[in-house]
Each structure stands twice: as C-alpha cells, then as structure tokens.
Write a protein that binds this ligand. Structure first.
Ligand code: PEP
Length: 252
C-alpha cells in the first residue's frame, strides 16, 4: 500500500506574515485529521527555517523547490543539498517545468539533481510532463518516458521508491485547465509500467503524484485514479482551506 502524499509548491510567493498565517491554518487542520496523508509544504528557501520552526510538533513536513548539484563552494546564488538537509527538510522538488522552461534545466541536469538529493537523504519529487504542443502532436508518452529514462539511466531503478515522480502536464500548470482523470491516469500508468519493466516490486511502491490546476472541486476525481498517489499543488497551496480540502480528498 502506497501512502498518499500532497505537496504544496509555493513557488516565488509569500512573506513572513503569509508563512505564519498559512502554516498556522494548515497546522490546525492537519492536526485534526489526515493521519493517512503525508503533507509537505515547499516554501521559498528564505522561509524554510521559519516554516520548520512553526511546524515543530506537526506531522507536516517541509521541502525545498530546487537545489544545486555541487558541493558547497563558489556557486553564487545557489543552495547545496546539504544546506537544505541541515534545515530539516525531507523533500526537494526537482525538474519543475518552470525550471526547465525558464532556467534551461535539461533532463540530464534534473537526473543529476535527483541523484544529489538522494545522496543527501532528501526525497526528490521529480517533475515530468509534456507541453501542449507535444500533447497535440501525440508525443506525450514519448516525452514523459524520455524524461523518466534520463533519471533511470543515471540513478538506476534503485532511486525508487525513495524518489517520487510528479506528472505535471505543462499546459495544466497555473492555467485552471487540469488534465481529465482519464488523461492523468493514462500517463501515470505509463510511468508505473516503465518503472515496472525494470522492477515490478519497486514500481508498485513508488508514489506518483499529479500536478496541474488541482483545486478542491476536482481533486477527488483526479485522486481516485488507481495510479495517482497524491498531488503537487501550486496556486491552491497558498490558501489554507483549499490546500486542506485537497489533502482531505486524498484520504483513502
Ligand atoms: C505547480 O506549480 O507544480 C502546479 C501544479 O501549479 P498549479 O497547481 O497552480 O497548476
């Protein structure tokens, strides 16, 4: 049985006051229920120490949104895996489509980031997904498999089930246009089959998340698909009541 996981990606949003407000609300909501869901928040780096401090005693875990592949040294503006780990984070998002598109991150670099994360005992949430153009060309399966294979080629199947995959169709992120439950399930099944070709047992235990315009009103339908084990949530993760409702709909 795979444990459900819902992670909130705050992106470059927030302030100290917003961190305090949002986490106060989440802490209360998660304390009251949700024993079966791993809930993770990924604030901007600067708010991580505050988030960790505020969530002391809560089951909510903290993650980062990115990491650099190098050891600490002359890499101005970057954050090393061990720095994230030192702040008591358990997770890190790698290969988000915004990093791929806006900061030129290749699938090879994403695979390296996943490797560095695991070496630091951070669970990487590895994002894969196709653009609208690729979907319309009928290339979704090929694109997602290629992104996944880069991770597997460098890390081996042994990276799972510690690592987590988030399928996030680029056209669904922040657009209000989510994939349908069938579209999402089809790609999740493909990801699980691709891992199963290497090790069926590992595939069975690997958590696959869906991300892309998940809201309280569509979460239940998307999360009821058999290969979807939770969500990576952007916009709705910034509103405590919405994020809590989404987490709640993941309870099996
Ligand atoms: C995301 O940023 O990973 C995401 C899924 O965003 P949204 O939920 O806003 O589409």
């Amino acid at each position: 049985m795979r444990r459900s996981l819902v992670a909130g990606n705050w992106k470059m949003n927030g302030s100290v006051a917003m961190t305090d407000d949002l986490l106060t609300g989440l802490k209360k909501g998660v304390a009251r229920s949700m024993p079966d869901v791993d809930v993770v928040v990924c604030p901007p780096f600067l708010y991580i120490p505050r988030a960790v401090q505020m969530l002391a005693g809560s089951t909510i875990k903290v993650g980062a949104q990115n990491l650099d592949i190098h050891e600490p040294g002359a890499y101005t503006g970057e954050i090393a895996a061990e720095m994230i780990k030192e702040q008591h984070c358990g997770y890190v998002i790698v290969g988000h489509s915004e990093r791929r598109a806006l900061y030129g991150e290749s699938s090879d670099l994403v695979a390296q980031k996943a490797k560095v994360a695991v070496a630091a005992e951070l669970k990487p949430i590895i994002c894969v997904g196709e653009t609208l153009e690729e979907r319309e060309r009928g290339d979704t399966g090929r694109v997602v498999r290629e992104q996944l294979m880069c991770v597997l080629d460098l890390n081996g199947v042994e990276i799972f089930p510690f690592a987590i995959i988030a399928y996030e169709p680029v056209w669904a992120i922040g657009t209000g246009r989510s994939a349908s439950p069938d579209q999402a399930q089809e790609v999740h099944a493909l990801i699980r089959e691709s891992i199963a070709e290497l090790n069926p047992n590992v595939a069975d235990h690997t958590r696959l998340l869906y991300g892309g315009s998940v809201k309280p009103d569509n979460a239940q339908a998307i999360f009821s698909s058999p290969d979807i084990d939770g969500g990576l949530i952007g916009g709705a993760a910034l509103v405590a009541s919405d994020f809590l409702a989404i987490c709640k709909s993941m309870e099996r």
